[in-house]
Design a protein around this ligand. Structure first.
Ligand SMILES: O=P(O)(O)OC[C@H]1O[C@H](O[C@H]2O[C@H](CO)[C@@H](O)[C@H](O)[C@H]2O)[C@H](O)[C@@H](O)[C@@H]1O
Length: 374
């Protein structure tokens, strides 16, 4: 197998398989990106005829439409239908709260596009102080983990809360709260470190002729950023990336928001990280409250809530669906194919949801008020 055949797993392309058919909703977003409103099925056929790198580029456009594009994205009926399937987690807050009654919430939060707004410079994706305070409050109430494509150290520095769990490099680098003696808990791709460093250097060299291109070293994976590159050069840049990784059959390409990601072809993703963390966190809860019991993580007493905005978060949403346990919330302004059950529009709404959850937990765990007799 050559790397030309390797996979954009989030789009459902297996090695050597046909191109993915973007959903009508995705096409609508992409259609808006092109300034056209009625692409849909005709475009599906056209999309299938394009080259693999074109499909990456199309998928990247679809995954991160600009605000005006998103606003124009789909017609009202399509948005209404999508919202019916993935209602607002704020609008349905009472439903979510009642699903968590008697259960211990475990909170999983993606970083970019979920806690911080998407910005042009990946090194300047700061989280607001208000969001940091909200996440700190969440962590006081529920075990909380940040699950990110970023290098673990970088995302921990951005968030700045040592009491949390962090899963960096799309879950391939997991650490516990800094108070733990052994804070690194899981690094399933350790053997790939030298090859990732090698490919990083090659990609920097290869892409330096493309104005605006940026390669980010996320330790166990790499990101090639397209956001500041003229769209006319996107196909050529995708080709440059493919030309480098074709010699590395143990690496695969995936796609995110205006980014191509290069990572080890191991069966590990944000979904696996969620399962690993659920097991660790649940065991920790059990040692605090009752004797350790194996398999507690699958017990119905635990309610994982995962909030994320990107294709890579779909691996975690899928795990929740498969387990029939927990709540997946997609952060998106426009219809996207997703395994999440609920939606929020942007990091501002994520913060409102987190604050509401904290307030609900505070009220429901405080002793009932004793009314004076009259
Ligand atoms: O899993 P995440 O925490 O969502 O990380 C995914 C990627 O996020 C970052 O890139 C994205 O955000 C940047 C800053 O807003 C933006 O410039 C870029 O276009 C987005 O793709 C991060 O830089 C990547 O390394 C992560 O893989």
């Amino acid at each position: 197998m050559t790397n030309q055949d390797v996979v954009v797993s989030e789009m459902g392309i297996g090695a050597g398989s046909a191109l993915p058919g973007p959903s009508p909703a995705l096409l609508a977003c992409r259609g808006a990106a092109a300034g056209a409103m009625s692409l849909r099925y005709l475009d599906l056929a056209a999309a299938a005829a394009r080259s693999a790198s074109c499909s990456w580029v199309d998928a990247m456009r679809a995954s991160s439409p600009t605000r005006s594009r998103a606003a124009a994205a789909a017609d009202v009926d399509e948005v209404t239908a999508w919202m019916r399937k993935h209602p607002s987690a704020l609008g349905k807050f009472e439903q979510i709260a009642s699903a968590s009654k008697g259960k211990k919430i475990v909170m999983f939060l993606d970083y970019d596009g979920t806690l911080s707004p998407i910005v042009s410079d990946p090194d300047a994706a700061y989280m607001s102080d208000a969001m940091r305070a909200a996440v700190r409050d969440v962590a006081k109430n529920f075990p909380t983990a940040i699950v990110s494509g970023r290098c673990r150290d970088k995302v921990r520095n951005f968030v700045g809360l040592p009491e949390l769990y962090y899963a960096g490099s799309h879950g391939m680098d997991i650490e516990g709260p800094s108070s733990n003696n052994e804070s690194v808990l899981c690094q399933p791709a350790r053997e790939f470190l030298p090859v990732i460093d090698e490919v990083y250097k090659l990609l920097v060299e290869k892409t330096k002729s493309t104005p605006g291109a940026k390669v980010e070293n996320n330790k166990f994976c790499l990101s090639v950023h397209f956001r500041c590159v003229d769209e006319k050069r996107w196909n050529a840049l995708a080709e440059q990336v493919k030309a480098v990784i074709k010699d590395y059959p143990k690496l695969k390409l995936t796609q995110g928001r205006k980014v191509l990601e290069i990572r080890p072809s191991i069966m590990w993703d944000k979904g696996k990280a969620l399962e690993f963390l659920l097991e660790s966190l649940a065991n920790q809860l059990m040692t605090l409250h009752a004797p350790l019991s194996p398999g507690f993580a699958s017990c119905s007493d635990v309610l994982p809530v995962y909030i994320g905005d990107d294709r890579t978060d779909e691996d975690a949403f899928k795990v929740l669906r498969k387990r029939g346990q927990g709540i997946g919330i997609l952060v998106s302004k426009c219809p996207k194919e997703t395994n999440a059950s609920y939606s929020l529009q942007d990091p501002g709404e994520v913060m409102d949801f987190l604050l509401r959850l904290v307030e609900w937990n505070r009220r429901s765990s405080s002793p009932a008020m004793i009314r004076p007799r009259v």
